[in-house]
Design a binder for this molecule. Sequence first.
Ligand SMILES: Nc1ncnc2c1ncn2[C@@H]1O[C@H](COP(=O)(O)OP(=O)(O)OP(=O)(O)O)[C@@H](O)[C@H]1O
Ligand SMILES: O=C(CO)[C@H](O)[C@H](O)COP(=O)(O)O
Length: 334
Amino acid sequence: MTTKPERVVLIGVAGDSGCGKSTFLRRLIDLFGEEFMTVICLDDYHSLDRKQRKETGITALDPRANNFDLMYEQIKALKEGHEINKPIYNHETGMIDPPEIVKPNHIVVVEGLHPLYDERVRGLLDFSVYFDISDEVKIAWKIQRDMAERGHRYEDVLAAINSRKPDFQKYIEPQREFADVVLQVLPTNLIKDDTERKVLRVRMLQREGKEGFEPAYLFDEGSTINWTPCGRKLTCSYPGMQLYYGSDVYYGRYVSVLEVDGQFDNLEEVIYIETHLSNTSTKYQGELTQLLLQHREYPGSNNGTGFFQVLTGLKMRATYERLTAKEAKLAVQV
Ligand SMILES: Nc1ncnc2c1ncn2[C@@H]1O[C@H](COP(=O)(O)OP(=O)(O)OP(=O)(O)O)[C@@H](O)[C@H]1O
Ligand SMILES: O=C(CO)[C@H](O)[C@H](O)COP(=O)(O)O
């Protein structure tokens, strides 16, 4: 960490394992810089180690396997500018290692299975995102990663996903109600009965009415737009690309919805889409495209997952700048 922060801004990143959280965190580093940002993985608050979970039949997704009191106390302390002695969950051994000291930083990101589960922790967050990956896509990603990179068998990957499902639905998924942004990743509507899951339909649900958060919109705020951008300015091969903007009610609250279905053939041309969006929280026109281009190798850079991850990051940066400016103003007034 560089200098002691006047105001720690706390960001929550929620979702199941293998849903793209690490990729998103790498994109956040582009916006905040490594020095300015500290990531706390909430797996470190598992209170039952792997052996204990196996013996009791309690999964890591179950709140009984996690110490929410300690999570709350330590995240609150960090937000108040104090260092903490954070436990470490060791994924290699499945055991809980001796704790480590974590100092407060300008941005503290709490990521993992439960950042929005406990209402006390939730209340501390300044901005949050939930990664909502549909079963079809989750299975395709997990199978691709675990088979290619970890040598697992197809049946084992599927069995692992299915065994987590009841607790996922009980304890993880309900948190999406509380997120400021929900990124939904769904099968495409552009290919009938698609089973490949290469082309994706991605929706960014942005909470309305949160102080300081101005949802991005396409063309005209408050309207409903279906846009096919393919043509002279955007190259689209089969099956093309479709954008949507409109409003919806999500868990009883208004949200602005942006949707991208399809994939970009030429990443440089994303600027064409960017120029038709407003409230992107960019510092100059083309910044969103530039950020995407910076890591074209990241998974999802050529479709709505990468595009909306960058846009969500920009919203987090805007939150940081707003909160720290307010703090600086207060300091001057005192
Ligand atoms: N947008 C995407 N498009 C295609 N595949 C993706 C995308 N995002 C993630 N994946 C796949 O899922 C894998 C996991 O992604 P990532 O490591 O970002 O997720 P995670 O939520 O941090 O997972 P974990 O908690 O298990 O570490 C990637 O290696 C990749 O195979
Ligand atoms: O859902 C998870 C979050 O990453 C893990 O499954 C959980 O943390 C348990 O880890 P492990 O399987 O290494 O014991």
